[in-house]
Ligand binder design. Structure first.
Ligand code: NDP
Length: 240
């Protein structure tokens, strides 16, 4: 039977590559996004993948959005918690709004998105949850206390939930990308980016497709013995 995959932030950047890789592998894919309707329309026209607009930082919107996905496509077998934002700034200048937006979008969303799909996965005895973290949640990064804290939280969430649902045939894993060639990294000032690339042993940024390949593997039936793990995909920049 065709499996259903839901990818948050699935219309641009890394999420777009993940949505496409899953579709090409035979999944029926729902791609969620927040507000960029033009990008979502273009993505949907190009790929034929259904798009669904809601903010993953809003618990009620997540519950409602997932209901719509399930009504249109069916119950979710694979959830990829990919949506994320940055609001960079040094701690002493960071606003409460900038703190909360990043924590809620990158970490709160894991609870809001995963809880509504978990009961179905438990009752079917199968599920895959893949959470996208970041090298900066592992190593820390100045100017990103909010983002690093949220992404570090993703690792704790993954390991705890993995233990709770392991006997139910559900795996929960984290992928921690390094610097990947997307709009998010395009926003980094050129000088800073040059210095970042200088610290990547393979000498280049990663590509979104390289993350999507790993998500695809963790989404499949052959990865059932991998749970609570973190796969770092960062060109050797951080090996902790
Ligand atoms: P992009 O900025 O290119 O795309 C972000 C996607 O997330 C968009 O589809 C956006 O929707 C969606 N999104 C943002 N906020 C929300 C929200 N509140 N609700 C629903 N969707 C939302 O990001 P990347 O592809 O670069 O990053 C994807 C993930 O990978 C993020 O979690 C990021 O933290 C992580 N990551 C990225 C790295 C990189 O180098 N790029 C490195 C390490 C981790 P819309 O199009 O509507 O704005």
């Amino acid at each position: 039977m065709t499996q259903i995959a839901l990818v948050t932030g699935g219309t641009r950047g890394i999420g777009k590559s993940i949505s496409l890789a899953l579709k090409n592998a035979g999944f029926l894919v729902a791609a969620n996004y927040a507000g960029n309707d033009d990008a979502a329309r273009k993505f949907s026209d190009e790929t034929g993948i259904a798009t669904f607009k809601w903010s993953v930082a809003d618990p009620d919107a997540c519950a409602q959005g997932i209901k719509e996905v399930e009504k249109e496509l069916g119950q979710v077998d694979v959830l990829v918690n990919n949506a994320g934002i940055t609001r960079d700034g040094f701690m002493h200048k960071m606003s409460v709004e900038g703190w909360r937006a990043v924590i809620e979008t990158n970490l709160g969303s894991l609870f809001y998105m995963t809880q509504p799909v978990l009961e179905g996965m438990r009752s079917r005895g199968y599920g895959r949850v893949i959470n996208i973290s970041s090298i900066n949640g592992q190593a820390g990064q100045m100017g990103q206390t909010n983002y690093s804290a949220a992404k570090a939280g993703v690792h704790g969430f993954t390991k705890s939930l993995a233990q709770e649902v392991a006997r139910k045939g559900i795996t929960v894993n984290t992928i921690a990308p390094g610097y990947i060639n997307t709009d998010m990294v395009a926003a980094v000032p050129e000088k800073v980016l040059e210095s970042i690339i200088g610290k990547i042993p393979v000498g280049r940024l990663g590509e979104a497709d390289e993350i999507a390949e790993a998500v695809l593997y963790l989404s499949g039936p052959n990865s059932g013995f991998i749970t609570g793990s973190c796969l770092s995909i960062n060109g050797g920049q951080h090996m902790g």
